[in-house]
Design a protein around this ligand. Structure first.
Ligand SMILES: *Cc1c(COP(=O)(O)O)cnc(C)c1O
Length: 412
């Protein structure tokens, strides 16, 4: 019996995990010789493809001369170069780069920066507005700003209070009005959101106009906007950032998952100059007291830099357009299938809901679907009854045919 306790896994009921021996491009290869298409980019981290050669090479080269070095009082070329490259491609005005090691820590850092900003600005604001059904991670702080559900009910006593906005539906007016009313209190420190796509909340999507509307309210009432682009960043929505669709820049932006192309862990919280300046002082109490042991790991930074360079060297717009179009075609096919509803797409992400009488995440449909997809050689992991394909960008049209025909052939 294995000693491993797997994430989000009920060991009492789930089949033994597949043992993966190697990975390449859009595929995983098991120890017993099976080939599996990674239809969810290994939980949304892989962007270009597994073991993207330029990224692997950067890791190998850097590891041959440098490993973790303490990042307080010391710095190194991979971190400096990456910071410069990130500021260049980030939404306008994000001029400071803070390193950590996972999406959750990037969000925790963002929340601390926002609260620190207001404290050092001499304003007592500390309320955080969140959007229902959001997901920002599994640490106590990130669960607090995310949706409360069966996944975190046991930890509820440890969570802090937040102000909830309804998830944007249709033109988002209900969300905008609720936020305007909250913002008018003058007590809101920040609004945290997943721009355009609520990932773990079931691939729920809303239009760029709503995001732009929320930004306008933030501006009017001086509320900081934290964009959690941990999932949406690096092209998933068809543009580098989801915020780009709305032509807006948040005050703080979190990125992780695709930052290194999904090869090694790394996270960044980007902040605007005024947030940095609020912490810049001869008064040491204004120091941003946060660090992860593996902050700015040079090997991970080099991987991320190689990833960012691919955006310069490749026709990413063309690659993403092509993938989005193929996804749209497959979605249109299934739209005619009355076993499914709510077909939706944002760039490379395509999702739809299986009609089920007794819905809910804990229903048996999810595990049955997963098993069916695996028998077809495809890794897909429905969120409740929401089936989605979120592939690495290297997938071919043949790969997508395989994924979508696995969905079409599910017999309920
Ligand atoms: C995955 C995810 C996180 C958490 O990232 P981890 O690296 O798993 O800690 C945070 N926010 C969003 C939107 C995510 O999708």
């Amino acid at each position: 019996m294995s000693a491993v306790w797997h994430p989000f896994t009920q060991h009492a009921t789930e089949p033994d995990p597949l043992r993966i021996a190697s990975s390449e491009g859009a595929y995983l290869f098991t120890e017993d010789g099976r080939t599996i298409l990674d239809g969810i980019s290994s939980w949304w981290v892989v962007t270009h493809g597994h073991r993207q050669p330029e990224i692997v090479e950067a890791i190998q080269q850097t590891a041959s001369r440098l490993d973790q070095v303490i990042f307080a009082g010391l710095t190194h070329e991979p971190a400096e170069e990456l910071a410069e490259a990130l500021v260049e491609v980030a939404p306008a005005g994000l001029s400071r780069v803070f390193y950590s090691d996972s999406g959750s820590t990037a969000v925790e850092v963002a929340l601390k920066m926002a609260l620190g900003y207001w404290r050092h600005a001499g304003d007592g604001r500390h309320r955080i507005a969140v959007i229902e059904d959001s997901y920002h991670g599994d640490t106590i702080g990130t669960m607090s700003v995310g949706e409360r559900s069966v996944f975190n009910a046991a930890y509820d006593p440890l969570m802090f209070a937040v102000d909830k906005l309804p998830c944007p539906a249709d033109d988002g007016q209900a969300t905008l009005q609720a936020f305007e009313a909250l913002a008018e209190t003058g007590e809101m420190a920040a609004l945290i959101l997943e721009p355009l796509v609520l990932g773990a909340g079931g691939m729920r999507m809303y239009p760029p106009e709503v995001l732009a509307g929320l930004r306008a309210i933030c501006d009017r009432h001086d509320v900081l906007m934290i964009a959690d682009e941990v999932m949406t960043g690096w092209g998933r929505t068809g543009r580098l950032w989801a915020c780009d669709h709305a032509g807006i820049a948040p005050d703080i932006l979190c990125t992780s998952k695709g930052l290194t192309g999904g090869v090694v862990p790394l996270a960044v919280t980007l902040a605007s100059e005024r947030i940095f300046q609020a912490h810049y002082s001869t008064d040491r109490r204004r120091t941003f007291y946060h660090s992860s042991s593996y902050t700015a790991n040079p090997i991970a930074c080099a991987a991320a830099l190689a990833q960012v360079r691919l955006w310069r060297e490749r026709d990413m717009a063309g690659i993403l357009d092509n993938l989005s179009r193929m996804q749209g075609d497959h979605l249109a096919d299934l739209q005619r299938d009355d076993r499914f509803e709510n077909a939706r797409q944002c760039g490379t992400i395509a999702a739809l809901d299986l009609k089920v009488s007794d819905g809910g995440y804990l229903a048996e449909t999810g595990p049955r679907m997963r098993a069916h997809f695996l028998r077809q050689g495809v890794l897909l992991r429905p969120l409740g009854n929401t089936v989605y394909v979120l592939p690495p960008y290297c997938v071919t049209s043949g790969d997508l045919d395989l994924a979508w025909s696995a969905i079409a052939s599910f017999e309920g």
